[in-house]
Design a protein around this ligand. Structure first.
Ligand code: FEO
Ligand code: CA
Ligand code: CA
Length: 695
């Protein structure tokens, strides 16, 4: 959808939900309605089946390491090894197949309901909301008196990735770290066509993007958290904060601009989606739909592959900052400085945040790090666009243990140097059995083997005709050449802390099987994939640095009651909560998977929610809904502190389809002007981080 009125962009094109698509407003603001446009990936990478090779390659995997036999079994179900082996594997890796938080699954909630719904015996409350003041001298939130200066000192808009990192032994202090992915002027501001007012709004929106670090405090274990105004940790990172580029492409001519002739110090981060906390205590965040913020006259393959276009952006930042318009001489490369994994140290508010070129440039959903047996670290990463790819990075150096300053300094360099790979999946069932309906093939599983294809190794490009700089800045082009597997929008990718298996949320891809586009493959087995699926990867020898893996689909999502073709690892479909559009992933202390969703209102007709999925034992594949967010909101960044009996989510874009005068949600306070006239109008939704705890 193209915005027709950039000078009056509060009038966003409104359209109702359509089956298979999310809200039109969310689409326009998050990714400039990428789904309505041509697919960026027009490469002709084929898909490889592996029928003859599958038994052999699997046997090799299974027998390759005597003692680790149980650990390499794919999904705990294949090759005659059942869930008991999977349980044993999990147990030996420190995971424990337990029940996790005890709760009774909630019923799915109709998409029109503007409430947070939690299980019986639990309650919820916000920790922090858009506009809440972070610093002692920061102004109180007043939607009628917003300014760029105020917003820079307040909690940002549309929180997405979230972690709650406890500090100290007494469990009374913590850090809240989150992303602010994007803004929605149509519901944040009163409608205007005044050019000066619109420019001011653009600056406010730049200040509402980025990230936040917020100190939390509480009275004791199990008690709810309160955010601490004026905490020494509090920090806002916005679209104008100075970053440092690291890695092989830092300083490359592809990254130089008039304002930064060194090509090393980009300003700001935006479009930040998922993320992950590293074993050394820093936070990673993925710059996702960065292209939607730029005007670019570049018609080259690189620009096209990332969806850049030479027309006014929805956000209009090019009106107030010339670097957002590539037609301004000297700023042609500005978009090349976005699309990275950023790393911030939330413990040090003075630290310079960094962007790591070694992890490639794409529409990075996020990155999650695990430590390989030899001590090197591996980051798993999804590129969230239809028919784009799954990646991993393996560090050159090993992680140092301990909390010393020297260890931390060393570990903070791990993501600056290493090898970059992209995934190629092969299915093991005949092509004729993968018919696009979602019906299982005769071997009873969507499964197979795979290979990590090298893009950069040992400091050298592995792609003919591309330098290391080019591979790292135009990573999608490099992965096309390598022959990667086209996926159904890889969102969060999370290695399990116990079993080592890697979970990939493929949120949906309604274009699969359309004329001229790739049809069903065993790893993306449904045409018009509206509801998404979850892939489970087992690295060879359970070593994250391996270049071979096995895989199976853990879930094929949907609503079984509506006869959707679904699969829950063999768990009875009539006993699960309906789930659609898996997005962010997390684990609890017992090793269960938690999935938050983005898009269920427009597919299965229910509000988005948070779901617990049992991975081990006889209940493997059981999906239980824990909570539901308000109307037109997305559930983001789940964090489960099982021992504390607490769950946290970021509630993003509540009431997204409303307008300033016709709001659809009043989350989280549900108060209106008459309630607090002295503080101005509160007749608008405020994206917020909420906590859920036992009543
Ligand atoms: Fe921002 Fe990929 O969802
Ligand atoms: Ca199969
Ligand atoms: Ca996401």
């Amino acid at each position: 959808m193209v915005l027709q009125q950039p000078m009056n962009r509060n009038l966003l094109p409104m359209a109702g939900h359509t089956r298979g698509k999310r809200s039109a407003v969310t689409c326009q603001l998050k990714c400039a309605s990428a789904c309505a446009k041509a697919v960026c990936n027009t490469s002709d990478n084929g898909y490889f089946r592996d029928i003859a090779g599958s038994a052999l390659s699997r046997r090799k995997m299974l027998t390759g390491v005597g003692g680790a036999l149980a650990l390499v079994v794919t999904a705990g179900q294949v090759e005659g090894l059942g869930s008991t082996a999977a349980e044993a594997a999990q147990a030996t890796r420190g995971g424990r197949p337990g029940t996790g938080l005890s709760f009774g699954a909630i019923d799915p909630v109709d998409a029109a309901v503007d409430e947070v719904t939690v299980p019986r015996g639990y309650r919820w409350e916000p920790i922090i909301r858009w506009g809440d003041p972070l610093f002692s001298d920061a102004p109180e939130f007043n939607p009628d008196r917003q300014s760029p200066g105020a917003q820079e000192q307040q909690f940002g808009y549309n929180n997405d990735y979230l972690d709650i990192i406890p500090l100290g032994r007494r469990n009374r202090e913590a850090l809240l770290v989150c992303n602010h992915e994007y803004t929605n002027a149509g519901i944040m501001f009163a409608e205007t066509s005044n050019a000066r007012q619109l420019d001011k709004q653009a600056r406010i929106e730049m200040a509402a993007h980025g990230m936040a670090v917020v100190g939390l405090g509480r009275d004791g274990k199990g008690e709810p958290w309160k955010y601490v105004r004026g905490s020494r940790y509090n920090r806002r990172i916005t679209a104008t904060t100075r970053f440092e580029l690291t890695g092989p492409a830092a300083g490359s001519k592809l990254l130089k601009t008039k304002a930064d002739p060194d090509g090393r110090y980009p300003l700001g981060t935006f479009g930040n989606c998922a993320g992950g906390t590293t074993p050394w205590g820093t936070v990673l965040s993925g710059e996702e739909n960065f292209n939607t913020y730029f005007v670019s006259p570049d018609t080259g393959a690189g620009a096209k592959r990332y969806g850049l276009a030479n027309k006014p952006s929805s956000y209009g930042w090019e009106r107030v900052d010339k670097r957002f318009d590539g037609n301004n001489k000297g700023y042609e490369n500005e978009p090349n400085r976005f699309g990275y994994i950023v790393e911030i140290d939330p413990h040090d508010p003075e630290s310079t945040p960094r962007k790591h070129t070694a992890l490639g440039r794409m529409k990075h959903e996020g990155a999650n790090v695990t430590v390989a047996p030899d001590g090197r670290v591996v980051a798993y990463m999804g590129d969230d666009e239809r028919f784009d790819y799954l990646y991993k990075f393996v560090s050159r150096e090993r992680m140092r243990k301990g909390n010393s300053k020297a260890a931390k300094r060393h570990n903070m360099s791990l993501l600056t140097d290493g090898d970059l790979y992209v995934a190629k999946f092969s299915g093991n069932s005949p092509e004729s059995e993968i018919d696009g309906s979602g019906s299982l093939p005769s071997d009873g599983e969507f499964d197979g083997s795979g290979e990590w294809l090298p893009l950069v190794t040992n400091g050298r490009s592995r792609i003919d005709g591309m330098s290391v700089d080019e591979v790292l800045v135009f990573t999608r082009l490099a992965a096309d050449k390598a022959g990667a597997t086209k996926m159904d929008r890889c969102e969060d990718v999370q290695p399990h802390p116990g079993s080592g298996r890697v979970y990939v949320a493929c949120t949906n891809n309604t274009d699969r099987g359309k004329t001229g586009k790739e049809g069903p493959t065993e790893v993306n087995p449904r045409t018009s994939n509206r509801d998404g699926h979850v892939v489970e990867i087992t690295e060879r020898r359970n070593d994250a640095t391996s270049t071979r893996f096995g895989w199976t689909l853990l879930l094929v999502c949907g609503d079984p009651a509506k006869n959707d073709a679904t699969y829950f690892s063999g768990y009875p479909a009539e006993q699960v909560s309906p789930i659609s559009c898996p997005d962010n992933l997390a684990f609890d202390d017992s090793g269960n998977l938690w999935i938050s969703t983005d898009g269920a209102p427009s597919t299965i007709g229910y509000n988005d929610g948070l779901f617990k999925v049992t991975l081990a034992g006889k209940n493997r594949g059981r999906v239980q809904q824990f909570l539901s967010v308000p109307t037109e909101a997305e559930t983001c960044g789940p964090v489960v502190h099982e021992k504390d009996g607490m769950v946290f989510v970021a509630v993003q874009h509540p009431g997204e389809d409303g307008s300033y005068r016709d709001q659809h949600s009043y989350f989280p306070d549900y108060v209106q002007r008459s309630d607090k006239p002295e503080q101005g109008s509160f007749r608008l939704p405020r994206p917020s981080v909420i906590q859920v705890y036992r009543d």
